[in-house]
Design a protein around this ligand. Sequence first.
Ligand code: PLP
Length: 234
Amino acid sequence: MELTFESFQMNLEEVISEINSACCACNRRPDDVTLMAVTKTHLVQAVDFAERAGLTCVGENRVQEAAAKKSECSVSIRWELIGHLQGNKARQAVQTFDRIQSVDSLKLIQQLDRLCHELSRPTLPILLQVNAGNDPAKFGMDMDDVPPLLAEALKSKYLQVDGFMTIAPLSDDPKVAEFTFENLSNLRDVMEQRFDHKFPELSMGMSGDLNLAIRHGATMVRVGTALFGHRDKI
Ligand SMILES: *Cc1c(COP(=O)(O)O)cnc(C)c1O
């Protein structure tokens, strides 16, 4: 990574001011929105930068990459998985991450719960990833599958459902992202009523659409490019 800490700090200031003005526009407190630094594909230095600048969590989309970086650095920061999780990586994911945002199937819910038992992990915070924009190219459970999967997750012994995560479909039309974020936020409200349970976390919004996400209630935005520059790899 060629980025210096100084230019990272300048990028960070811009992202923070975008978060602040989005909050201001909808009368929300900037403190209610957590900025996650998405460090995937970047060197471990990106994690150090995030920690030095006072950020509290990083997002990675591959289990092995995150585990390797985590063993290379001693910073105390929360590690969260934001990429699709395959069954054969689930054990390492439970050992590596503070929270898994990409829980999207019944099988994975059952497997993670079992692994917590095996690994003596008392609780595993999770988010359910929902395909709230009906994007055929995206992972995440369908909206209709949320109630039964949520019921299963709430019944589990070790999983703690903090809320929901979504990725808006790629589109030039901001209405598409807006529709996606609104859908997730409404879904959360309906699920809170239905299960009589709070699901405070709404993880939505990335470099290009964090503004809209905040206006629709995002409590966490996941930002990579705007902080660290473009990625060579996907
Ligand atoms: C890569 C990624 C991000 C960050 O995207 P940017 O556009 O680089 O900010 C956010 N969320 C998920 C799930 C990602 O995979």
